[in-house]
Ligand binder design. Structure first.
Ligand code: GUN
Length: 279
């Protein structure tokens, strides 16, 4: 029977460690403050933003919420980011993505001071990850590394296949696995023989964005499978990119959806916020 990697428990463990660190920093007179900006009223984004504020309160970090209307201009948003960059009380800034189509996402990401970029999206932080330097790392892939390490799964020397090449998940995920000395393959929508490539993976990390796309025919017996996807089906039930019922019997370990990778993203955001307090 597969070992179930418990993201709920591991994320709670991390948040409790961070709460202690934030309290110790507070004793030195350092108070954390995260500014969260949402433009428009996308309901999914609103849930994420609410959860981020709640996590800040749990850890003992102040949060500033900016809920801006859909019509906000790029200049207005850049102006707010400029003010938050200059505000010494604010040590983390996050703009919830996606932003409305009339705003250039790259300009926004690049406007955030790299030292306050707790999402790890700024090219300077991405470059630091590529070069093996210190910097903020994108939260979801950082969370996957914690899931593997805290579940006692060996990474070094293993064949790892990452499906997906987004800036937020796939690319930083591959770089982090490489940093942990895995042999890494990045597969994507144009990859030929996807099944054969996946079947070689000791660790298969799936971020395709298609519900239940990966069934047992893609997975080697005894592999570790990490499912980054999250979807709601017709019956309003959550599922991942992996067909859990088909895949789990042949794996050594697997993440469920919900309760796997999902809760780790906010835990790692809080980790980046606590790190930002020490800078
Ligand atoms: N939208 C979806 N995921 C993320 C994330 O990790 N950070 C931000 N800022 N927006 C997102």
């Amino acid at each position: 029977m597969a070992y179930l990697i418990d993201g709920k428990r591991i994320s709670q463990e991390i948040k409790d460690e961070l709460k202690e660190k934030a309290a110790a920093l507070k004793e030195q007179g350092i108070q954390g403050c995260l500014a969260v900006i949402q433009v428009g009223d996308d309901p999914a984004s609103a849930v994420y933003v609410r959860n981020k504020k709640r996590a800040c309160a749990y850890i003992g970090i102040d949060s500033l919420a900016y809920e801006l209307p859909e019509e906000t201009t790029e200049e207005e948003l850049l102006d707010l980011i400029g003010r938050l960059n200059a505000d010494e009380k604010v040590n983390g800034i996050l703009v919830q993505l996606p932003v409305p189509a009339h705003i250039n996402e790259n300009r926004i990401i690049q406007a955030i001071s790299p030292s306050k970029d707790v999402d790890g999206f700024h090219p300077q932080n991405v470059g630091a990850l590529v070069s093996g330097l210190a910097g903020f790392v994108s939260c979801t892939p950082a969370g996957v590394i914690q899931l593997l390490k805290r579940s006692g799964i060996k990474i070094a020397g293993k064949n790892c296949v990452v499906i997906g090449r987004s800036n937020i998940v796939g690319k930083p995920m591959a770089l982090l696995m490489l940093r942990e000395n895995a042999t890494v393959t990045i597969a994507h929508s144009k990859t030929e023989n996807l099944k054969d490539i996946c079947k070689r993976a000791d660790i298969l990390i799936v971020a395709i964005g298609k519900p239940k796309f990966i069934d047992a025919s893609y997975v080697k017996e005894g592999a570790v499978v990490i499912d980054v996807g999250i979807h709601r089906n017709a019956e309003n039930k959550l599922c991942g990119d992996v067909d859990f019922d088909s895949v789990s019997p042949i794996t050594e370990a697997i993440t469920p959806v919900p309760g796997g990778v999902g809760p780790m993203t906010i835990a790692m955001l809080m980790n980046n916020c606590v790190e930002a307090m020490g800078r």
